[in-house]
Design a protein around this ligand. Sequence first.
Ligand code: GLV
Ligand code: MN
Ligand code: MN
Ligand code: MN
Length: 417
Amino acid sequence: MDAGNAAQRTSFGEQIVSRIDELSAISEGAGKLTRVYLSKELRKAADLILSWMREAGMSAHLDAIGNVCGRYEGEQPGAPCVMLGSHYDTVRDAGKWDGPLGVITAIACVADLNRRGKRLPFAIEVVGFADEEGVRFASTLLGSRAVAGTFDESVLNTRDRDGVSMRDALIAFGLDPDHIGAAARTRRELLAYLELHIEQGPVLEAQNLPVGVVTAIAGATRLAARLTGMAGHAGTVPMALRHDALTGAAECIGAIEAFCRADANGLVGTVGYIHATPGATNVIPGEVSFTIDMRAPTDMHRKRAVAEIVRQIEAIAGRRQLMLQLDVTHENRTAPCATWLKDQFAQAIAAEGFAAFELPSGAGHDGMAMIDIADVGMIFVRCRGGVSHHPDEHVELADADAGARVLLRVVENFRPR
Ligand code: GLV
Ligand code: MN
Ligand code: MN
Ligand code: MN
């Protein structure tokens, strides 16, 4: 590596880390990072990312669902693009790397080409998806589904925890809920969809490698459950005569955990949200809502597991004489990464002097939606301790830098299928 290249290597990592910090300061609460879909903070973050895109030589705009979109023309204006993307929304009390790393790194790659005055035989587009996490409304991947043309309009009528519908939230954000279709792109416009993301697991760290090639993104099913019993006086109703919705929910949650723990093939189940009403110390809970997130390495395995969980919850509700409403709010198939793109990532990783290690993704990513209109390729960057969806999420500067170098190499040497 000559001195010029060495200097450039350092500058990638430093700029990425500094922008990750700058973006993470835009949050709904002080001292924590939370930036959910269509919040005021998301809008502020969008403006900052749009300014970075323009500074990198791209034309940039906010699309009809709130994604930030930048375009760097190729040698011929209007050519199909290689799309580089990830998301800029976060979970509640999030780490700062999940999502933004892919967006910021992609912009850094384009800025580097622009600085060198280099145009490629295709355009490059960078997209920061506005909702990948799906923590606010009943569904997830809302940004990438709109781009893939698979946005489900029924989500517009779902409400967040404060009772605000997605329709009203879009209007407050400055968008038109009746024109989300304008965000859709077509297969003809895209040569590939490529995403760089932190691993969110401990495998690369155990391999002592900064980056890895993703083989597939595991599918997921999300469900919303509501158990209704009978609220009552905590002092007067004997235990045997109660229809306590919360003890019913507790039994369901225990059953989900036991079932997933007993599975030796990678099944995972999570109840991450629960709400009991009326919610008072001296009142038997009359109604409880909770969410279920189920994932497994194969679609067949996950579907069978979901069917069994549903059967068990129905049995618990029936035995306890609780009314049950159980809906699948979100279902995503496993998304395999395209072999020809895995090969191009592997070659770039090898050219940077690392072993091209392959690993699957247990976490969901925007590629799950984008696969409907493009072949998908993904690269993971090592994160400390495999910690993610947590404020301690951390990526070393040198690893962020290695990820950027690999992504830039893939883009510059990109060979369409
Ligand atoms: C997104 O981070 C998911 O995997 O749920
Ligand atoms: Mn993510
Ligand atoms: Mn996430
Ligand atoms: Mn009383």
